[in-house]
Design a protein around this ligand. Sequence first.
Ligand code: BG6
Ligand code: MG
Length: 217
Amino acid sequence: MIRGFIFDLDGVLTDTAEYHYRGWKRLAEEEGLAFTREDNEQLRGIPRRESLLLILKGRLYPEEKILEMMERKNKYYLEFIREISPRDLLPGAKELLEEIRLAGRKNALGSASRNATEVLDRLGIRSLFDAIADGHSVERQKPAPDLFLHAASQLSLPPEECVVVEDAAAGIEGAIRGGFRSIGLGPQERVGKAEAVFPSLAGVHLDEIFTALDRKP
Ligand code: BG6
Ligand code: MG
């Protein structure tokens, strides 16, 4: 029985994955570092510090400089999200959140972002969540399962009764490690390890999800 859904935020409910990319891109340009959209695919779901370390590709910097670069990227990101409104919800996202609630199931957020609640508020969907797990909730972020386990425990549900909905390989990995059901959004190369894959949430209803998950053992 599936009783709960744990949604990632960036790239699942809204396209803030693009804003994270643009923030890192601007920082990389200022620092003279090569950083492409393709490189960015590896950064999906990965926390701020680890993302920067991936961009630095092993180059060593003093801790002070690392903190300053993280801060600068976040400043750019905050500028981007200042304009977010309910119009920025990705197609199908709000409909599915509402359908889940109407069906007596629960919604949780499982996002590595420390800016997640601000984005939820700007999107106007915070009240559709029964629990929030974000970048402040646990120490070990994705691909560790800790964030999703924290969300499930807030919902008082065991992992096997929750579906994690993710656009990142690291998120699907965390879901599998934690014993959750999983839905990947995006290309097979990225989220192909999920139990079921959809291009996005557009037109995805509970029926499709249950059918897709039942087909798998
Ligand atoms: C994840 C994003 O949701 O949050 C990553 O996919 C981002 O790109 C991470 O690095 C941390 O976000 P923030 O807002 O705390 O820097
Ligand atoms: Mg994401």
